[in-house]
Design a protein around this ligand. Structure first.
Ligand code: UT7
Length: 329
Protein backbone atom coordinates (compact mmCIF):
# COMPACT_ATOMS: atom_id res chain seq x y z
CA UNK A 1 0.00 0.00 0.00
CA UNK A 2 1.22 3.51 -0.88
CA UNK A 3 2.34 5.52 2.17
CA UNK A 4 -0.02 8.25 3.35
CA UNK A 5 1.61 11.68 3.46
CA UNK A 6 0.10 14.82 4.96
CA UNK A 7 -0.24 17.26 2.07
CA UNK A 8 -0.83 20.98 2.35
CA UNK A 9 -3.94 21.53 0.21
CA UNK A 10 -4.78 25.16 1.06
CA UNK A 11 -3.18 28.21 2.68
CA UNK A 12 -4.76 31.17 4.49
CA UNK A 13 -3.23 34.34 5.84
CA UNK A 14 -3.90 37.64 7.52
CA UNK A 15 -1.90 40.70 8.49
CA UNK A 16 -3.42 43.63 10.39
CA UNK A 17 -3.95 46.90 8.59
CA UNK A 18 -1.76 49.16 10.71
CA UNK A 19 1.71 49.64 9.21
CA UNK A 20 4.46 50.53 11.68
CA UNK A 21 7.27 51.97 9.58
CA UNK A 22 10.90 52.47 10.50
CA UNK A 23 10.20 56.21 10.22
CA UNK A 24 7.58 55.93 12.98
CA UNK A 25 9.99 53.89 15.12
CA UNK A 26 12.49 56.76 14.73
CA UNK A 27 9.98 58.95 16.59
CA UNK A 28 9.59 56.38 19.39
CA UNK A 29 13.22 55.46 20.17
CA UNK A 30 16.83 56.26 19.32
CA UNK A 31 17.08 54.43 16.00
CA UNK A 32 17.26 55.06 12.27
CA UNK A 33 15.68 53.58 9.18
CA UNK A 34 19.19 53.09 7.82
CA UNK A 35 20.32 51.04 10.87
CA UNK A 36 17.22 48.84 10.88
CA UNK A 37 17.31 48.14 7.16
CA UNK A 38 21.02 47.42 7.01
CA UNK A 39 21.08 45.20 10.14
CA UNK A 40 17.77 43.35 9.62
CA UNK A 41 16.30 44.00 6.15
CA UNK A 42 13.04 45.28 7.68
CA UNK A 43 11.26 48.40 6.38
CA UNK A 44 7.90 48.04 8.10
CA UNK A 45 5.78 45.62 10.11
CA UNK A 46 2.07 45.23 10.85
CA UNK A 47 0.54 45.86 14.27
CA UNK A 48 -2.82 44.65 15.54
CA UNK A 49 -4.65 47.62 17.03
CA UNK A 50 -7.87 47.66 18.99
CA UNK A 51 -8.82 46.89 22.55
CA UNK A 52 -9.65 43.27 23.31
CA UNK A 53 -8.05 41.97 20.14
CA UNK A 54 -5.58 39.11 20.41
CA UNK A 55 -3.85 36.40 18.44
CA UNK A 56 -7.07 34.45 17.94
CA UNK A 57 -8.64 37.38 16.06
CA UNK A 58 -5.89 37.34 13.44
CA UNK A 59 -6.02 33.53 13.26
CA UNK A 60 -9.79 33.67 12.68
CA UNK A 61 -9.23 35.88 9.61
CA UNK A 62 -6.57 33.49 8.30
CA UNK A 63 -8.68 30.36 8.87
CA UNK A 64 -11.77 31.94 7.28
CA UNK A 65 -9.61 32.96 4.31
CA UNK A 66 -8.48 29.33 3.95
CA UNK A 67 -11.99 27.84 4.31
CA UNK A 68 -13.40 30.29 1.77
CA UNK A 69 -10.69 29.59 -0.79
CA UNK A 70 -11.11 25.84 -0.37
CA UNK A 71 -14.92 25.95 -0.25
CA UNK A 72 -15.09 24.16 3.09
CA UNK A 73 -17.48 24.59 5.99
CA UNK A 74 -15.99 25.12 9.47
CA UNK A 75 -17.68 21.88 10.46
CA UNK A 76 -15.50 19.94 7.98
CA UNK A 77 -12.41 20.51 10.12
CA UNK A 78 -11.47 17.78 12.60
CA UNK A 79 -8.48 19.28 14.35
CA UNK A 80 -6.74 22.65 14.86
CA UNK A 81 -3.19 23.00 16.13
CA UNK A 82 -2.16 26.55 16.94
CA UNK A 83 1.51 27.47 17.15
CA UNK A 84 1.83 30.66 19.17
CA UNK A 85 4.04 32.39 21.71
CA UNK A 86 1.43 35.04 22.43
CA UNK A 87 -1.73 33.07 23.23
CA UNK A 88 -4.89 35.04 23.97
CA UNK A 89 -4.42 34.05 27.61
CA UNK A 90 -2.47 31.46 29.62
CA UNK A 91 -5.42 29.12 29.32
CA UNK A 92 -7.54 27.92 27.65
CA UNK A 93 -5.57 27.25 24.50
CA UNK A 94 -5.94 29.76 21.67
CA UNK A 95 -6.77 26.79 19.39
CA UNK A 96 -9.96 26.33 21.42
CA UNK A 97 -10.84 30.00 21.06
CA UNK A 98 -10.24 29.89 17.29
CA UNK A 99 -12.49 26.83 16.95
CA UNK A 100 -15.24 28.64 18.83
CA UNK A 101 -14.95 31.93 16.92
CA UNK A 102 -14.85 30.22 13.50
CA UNK A 103 -17.55 27.68 14.35
CA UNK A 104 -15.34 24.59 13.95
CA UNK A 105 -17.57 22.68 16.32
CA UNK A 106 -16.41 19.24 15.19
CA UNK A 107 -12.75 20.01 15.82
CA UNK A 108 -10.51 19.59 18.82
CA UNK A 109 -7.05 21.03 19.24
CA UNK A 110 -4.38 22.58 21.34
CA UNK A 111 -1.51 25.07 21.27
CA UNK A 112 2.15 24.40 20.58
CA UNK A 113 4.77 26.69 22.05
CA UNK A 114 8.16 26.41 20.40
CA UNK A 115 8.71 30.15 19.81
CA UNK A 116 9.76 30.89 16.23
CA UNK A 117 10.01 27.17 15.35
CA UNK A 118 6.44 26.56 16.48
CA UNK A 119 4.95 26.32 13.01
CA UNK A 120 7.40 23.63 11.92
CA UNK A 121 6.80 21.72 15.15
CA UNK A 122 3.02 22.01 14.75
CA UNK A 123 3.16 21.03 11.09
CA UNK A 124 5.04 17.86 12.00
CA UNK A 125 2.60 17.08 14.83
CA UNK A 126 -0.41 17.67 12.60
CA UNK A 127 1.06 15.42 9.93
CA UNK A 128 1.14 12.50 12.36
CA UNK A 129 -2.64 12.66 12.77
CA UNK A 130 -3.02 12.47 8.98
CA UNK A 131 -0.38 9.79 8.40
CA UNK A 132 -1.89 7.48 11.02
CA UNK A 133 -5.35 7.89 9.48
CA UNK A 134 -6.74 9.40 12.68
CA UNK A 135 -7.91 12.57 10.90
CA UNK A 136 -8.61 13.68 7.33
CA UNK A 137 -8.60 17.48 7.74
CA UNK A 138 -6.23 19.23 10.14
CA UNK A 139 -5.60 22.98 10.20
CA UNK A 140 -2.22 24.16 11.46
CA UNK A 141 -2.12 27.83 12.47
CA UNK A 142 0.94 30.00 13.13
CA UNK A 143 0.07 33.30 14.79
CA UNK A 144 1.58 35.94 17.02
CA UNK A 145 0.71 39.34 18.35
CA UNK A 146 4.32 40.15 19.21
CA UNK A 147 3.42 43.79 19.84
CA UNK A 148 1.69 42.61 23.04
CA UNK A 149 5.04 41.57 24.60
CA UNK A 150 7.41 44.19 23.20
CA UNK A 151 9.03 47.03 25.05
CA UNK A 152 9.15 49.89 22.53
CA UNK A 153 11.88 51.50 24.63
CA UNK A 154 14.17 48.56 23.86
CA UNK A 155 15.56 49.41 20.42
CA UNK A 156 17.63 46.21 20.21
CA UNK A 157 14.60 43.93 20.32
CA UNK A 158 11.36 45.68 19.45
CA UNK A 159 12.37 46.76 15.95
CA UNK A 160 12.43 43.26 14.47
CA UNK A 161 8.96 41.99 15.42
CA UNK A 162 5.47 42.36 13.95
CA UNK A 163 2.00 40.79 14.16
CA UNK A 164 0.40 38.33 11.74
CA UNK A 165 -1.21 34.94 11.15
CA UNK A 166 -1.09 32.17 8.60
CA UNK A 167 -2.49 28.66 8.36
CA UNK A 168 -2.47 25.56 6.21
CA UNK A 169 -4.87 22.67 5.68
CA UNK A 170 -3.43 19.15 5.87
CA UNK A 171 -5.14 16.30 4.04
CA UNK A 172 -4.03 12.74 3.23
CA UNK A 173 -2.21 12.10 -0.05
CA UNK A 174 -1.14 8.70 -1.40
CA UNK A 175 0.62 9.95 -4.56
CA UNK A 176 3.86 10.92 -2.87
CA UNK A 177 3.06 14.60 -2.25
CA UNK A 178 3.10 16.33 1.13
CA UNK A 179 5.39 16.43 4.12
CA UNK A 180 8.19 14.01 3.31
CA UNK A 181 10.64 14.59 6.16
CA UNK A 182 11.31 16.82 9.12
CA UNK A 183 14.14 17.37 11.55
CA UNK A 184 13.30 19.03 14.86
CA UNK A 185 15.79 20.07 17.50
CA UNK A 186 15.84 21.76 20.89
CA UNK A 187 18.50 22.96 23.31
CA UNK A 188 16.92 24.37 26.46
CA UNK A 189 20.22 25.79 27.69
CA UNK A 190 19.67 28.54 25.11
CA UNK A 191 16.71 29.88 27.08
CA UNK A 192 18.95 32.37 28.89
CA UNK A 193 19.40 34.35 25.68
CA UNK A 194 15.75 34.71 24.68
CA UNK A 195 12.80 34.53 27.04
CA UNK A 196 10.09 36.34 28.99
CA UNK A 197 11.23 36.84 32.57
CA UNK A 198 7.92 36.94 34.42
CA UNK A 199 4.32 35.84 34.08
CA UNK A 200 4.91 32.10 34.26
CA UNK A 201 4.83 29.73 37.22
CA UNK A 202 8.44 30.51 38.21
CA UNK A 203 7.77 34.22 38.57
CA UNK A 204 4.08 35.05 38.54
CA UNK A 205 3.00 38.58 37.72
CA UNK A 206 3.28 41.15 40.52
CA UNK A 207 3.31 44.91 40.57
CA UNK A 208 7.11 44.69 40.75
CA UNK A 209 7.43 42.46 37.68
CA UNK A 210 5.30 44.91 35.72
CA UNK A 211 7.28 47.92 36.96
CA UNK A 212 10.53 46.12 36.07
CA UNK A 213 9.24 45.47 32.53
CA UNK A 214 9.70 41.72 32.97
CA UNK A 215 6.74 40.77 30.79
CA UNK A 216 8.44 41.84 27.60
CA UNK A 217 10.66 39.83 25.24
CA UNK A 218 14.19 39.65 26.62
CA UNK A 219 16.72 38.94 23.88
CA UNK A 220 20.50 38.97 23.73
CA UNK A 221 20.46 39.59 20.01
CA UNK A 222 24.06 38.85 19.08
CA UNK A 223 24.13 35.49 20.88
CA UNK A 224 20.83 34.45 19.35
CA UNK A 225 22.08 35.59 15.96
CA UNK A 226 25.16 33.35 16.15
CA UNK A 227 23.17 30.25 17.08
CA UNK A 228 20.47 31.03 14.51
CA UNK A 229 22.89 31.49 11.61
CA UNK A 230 24.65 28.22 12.33
CA UNK A 231 21.75 25.99 13.27
CA UNK A 232 19.21 27.11 10.68
CA UNK A 233 21.77 26.65 7.90
CA UNK A 234 23.01 23.31 9.31
CA UNK A 235 19.54 21.80 9.64
CA UNK A 236 18.48 22.94 6.16
CA UNK A 237 21.64 21.41 4.68
CA UNK A 238 21.08 18.21 6.69
CA UNK A 239 17.54 17.67 5.43
CA UNK A 240 18.68 18.24 1.85
CA UNK A 241 21.47 15.73 2.22
CA UNK A 242 19.42 12.97 3.76
CA UNK A 243 16.75 13.33 1.04
CA UNK A 244 19.34 13.45 -1.78
CA UNK A 245 18.31 16.98 -2.71
CA UNK A 246 20.63 19.44 -4.41
CA UNK A 247 20.39 23.15 -5.11
CA UNK A 248 19.09 22.20 -8.58
CA UNK A 249 16.07 20.24 -7.41
CA UNK A 250 15.10 22.40 -4.43
CA UNK A 251 12.56 24.87 -5.82
CA UNK A 252 12.04 27.02 -2.74
CA UNK A 253 13.58 27.81 0.61
CA UNK A 254 10.87 28.99 3.02
CA UNK A 255 12.91 30.51 5.85
CA UNK A 256 11.86 31.95 9.17
CA UNK A 257 11.97 35.74 8.78
CA UNK A 258 13.99 36.90 11.80
CA UNK A 259 16.78 38.76 10.07
CA UNK A 260 17.62 39.08 6.38
CA UNK A 261 21.25 38.24 7.16
CA UNK A 262 20.24 34.87 8.71
CA UNK A 263 18.09 34.09 5.66
CA UNK A 264 20.95 34.88 3.28
CA UNK A 265 23.39 32.73 5.28
CA UNK A 266 20.98 29.78 5.12
CA UNK A 267 20.40 30.19 1.38
CA UNK A 268 24.16 30.46 0.77
CA UNK A 269 24.78 27.26 2.70
CA UNK A 270 22.22 25.51 0.48
CA UNK A 271 23.78 27.10 -2.65
CA UNK A 272 20.38 28.55 -3.53
CA UNK A 273 20.07 31.72 -5.63
CA UNK A 274 17.98 34.57 -4.20
CA UNK A 275 15.12 33.94 -6.63
CA UNK A 276 14.42 30.59 -4.93
CA UNK A 277 14.12 32.12 -1.47
CA UNK A 278 10.86 33.47 -0.05
CA UNK A 279 11.51 36.78 1.68
CA UNK A 280 8.87 39.20 2.95
CA UNK A 281 10.67 40.40 6.08
CA UNK A 282 10.92 43.92 4.63
CA UNK A 283 7.11 44.29 4.89
CA UNK A 284 6.13 42.11 7.86
CA UNK A 285 9.24 41.86 10.07
CA UNK A 286 9.45 38.83 12.34
CA UNK A 287 5.93 37.60 13.09
CA UNK A 288 7.38 34.61 15.04
CA UNK A 289 4.96 31.72 14.38
CA UNK A 290 3.39 33.60 11.48
CA UNK A 291 6.46 33.88 9.24
CA UNK A 292 6.41 30.53 7.43
CA UNK A 293 2.67 30.26 6.66
CA UNK A 294 2.63 33.93 5.62
CA UNK A 295 5.38 33.16 3.10
CA UNK A 296 3.38 30.20 1.75
CA UNK A 297 0.30 32.43 1.61
CA UNK A 298 2.08 35.11 -0.42
CA UNK A 299 3.87 32.69 -2.75
CA UNK A 300 0.97 30.21 -3.17
CA UNK A 301 0.27 31.31 -6.76
CA UNK A 302 3.89 30.74 -7.78
CA UNK A 303 4.03 27.17 -6.46
CA UNK A 304 3.55 24.13 -8.70
CA UNK A 305 2.60 20.54 -8.03
CA UNK A 306 5.79 18.60 -7.35
CA UNK A 307 7.87 21.60 -6.24
CA UNK A 308 10.38 20.73 -3.53
CA UNK A 309 10.15 23.14 -0.59
CA UNK A 310 12.52 23.31 2.38
CA UNK A 311 11.11 25.10 5.42
CA UNK A 312 13.64 26.15 8.06
CA UNK A 313 13.29 27.97 11.37
CA UNK A 314 15.18 28.92 14.52
CA UNK A 315 13.81 30.45 17.69
CA UNK A 316 13.66 30.81 21.44
CA UNK A 317 14.23 27.71 23.50
CA UNK A 318 16.45 27.28 21.61
CA UNK A 319 14.35 25.41 19.08
CA UNK A 320 15.07 24.86 15.43
CA UNK A 321 14.18 22.58 12.59
CA UNK A 322 13.57 21.96 8.93
CA UNK A 323 10.84 20.32 6.88
CA UNK A 324 10.89 18.91 3.36
CA UNK A 325 7.58 19.26 1.53
CA UNK A 326 6.70 18.06 -1.97
CA UNK A 327 4.02 20.57 -2.95
CA UNK A 328 0.68 18.93 -3.77
CA UNK A 329 -1.14 21.44 -6.01
O1 UT7 B 1 13.23 34.99 15.69
C1 UT7 B 1 13.70 34.51 16.89
C2 UT7 B 1 15.17 34.48 16.96
N1 UT7 B 1 15.73 35.82 16.92
C3 UT7 B 1 16.66 36.12 16.04
O2 UT7 B 1 17.02 35.33 15.21
C4 UT7 B 1 17.29 37.49 16.16
C5 UT7 B 1 18.77 37.39 16.02
N2 UT7 B 1 19.47 38.65 16.29
C6 UT7 B 1 19.41 39.69 15.44
O3 UT7 B 1 18.76 39.65 14.42
C7 UT7 B 1 20.27 40.89 15.76
O4 UT7 B 1 21.11 40.57 16.86
C8 UT7 B 1 19.47 42.17 16.10
C9 UT7 B 1 18.81 42.69 14.85
C10 UT7 B 1 18.41 41.89 17.16
C11 UT7 B 1 20.41 43.25 16.60
O5 UT7 B 1 21.43 43.49 15.63
P1 UT7 B 1 22.98 43.42 15.99
O6 UT7 B 1 23.70 43.70 14.76
O7 UT7 B 1 23.27 42.12 16.67
O8 UT7 B 1 23.13 44.63 16.99
P2 UT7 B 1 23.73 44.66 18.45
O9 UT7 B 1 22.66 44.33 19.44
O10 UT7 B 1 25.01 43.90 18.52
O11 UT7 B 1 24.09 46.17 18.58
C12 UT7 B 1 25.16 46.77 17.78
C13 UT7 B 1 25.15 48.26 17.96
C14 UT7 B 1 25.14 48.67 19.43
O12 UT7 B 1 25.86 49.90 19.55
P3 UT7 B 1 27.33 49.93 20.14
O13 UT7 B 1 27.24 49.30 21.51
O14 UT7 B 1 28.15 49.12 19.20
O15 UT7 B 1 27.66 51.37 20.15
C15 UT7 B 1 23.69 48.92 19.71
O16 UT7 B 1 23.49 49.80 20.78
O17 UT7 B 1 23.96 48.81 17.40
C16 UT7 B 1 23.22 49.52 18.41
N3 UT7 B 1 21.82 49.28 18.17
C17 UT7 B 1 21.03 50.11 17.47
N4 UT7 B 1 21.28 51.28 16.87
C18 UT7 B 1 20.26 51.87 16.22
C19 UT7 B 1 21.07 48.22 18.56
N5 UT7 B 1 19.81 48.35 18.14
C20 UT7 B 1 19.75 49.52 17.46
C21 UT7 B 1 18.73 50.20 16.78
N6 UT7 B 1 19.03 51.37 16.18
N7 UT7 B 1 17.47 49.72 16.71
Amino acid sequence: MQKVHAAITAVGGYVPEYVLTNAELETMMDTTDEWIQSRTGIKERRILKGEGKGSSDMAVHAVNNLLEKKGLSPKDIEMVICATTTPDMQFPATANVICDKVGMTNAWGYDVNAACSGFIYALTIGSQFIETGRHKRVIVVGVDKMSSILNYEDRKTSIIFGDGAGCVLLEPNTDGYGLIDSILRTDGSGRVFLHQKAGGSVKPATIETVMNKEHFVYQEGQSVFKFAVKNMADVAAEIMERNNLTADNVNWLVPHQANKRIITATADRMNLPAEKVMVNIERFGNTTNGTLPLCLWEWENKLHKGDNLILAAFGGGFTWGSTYIRWAY
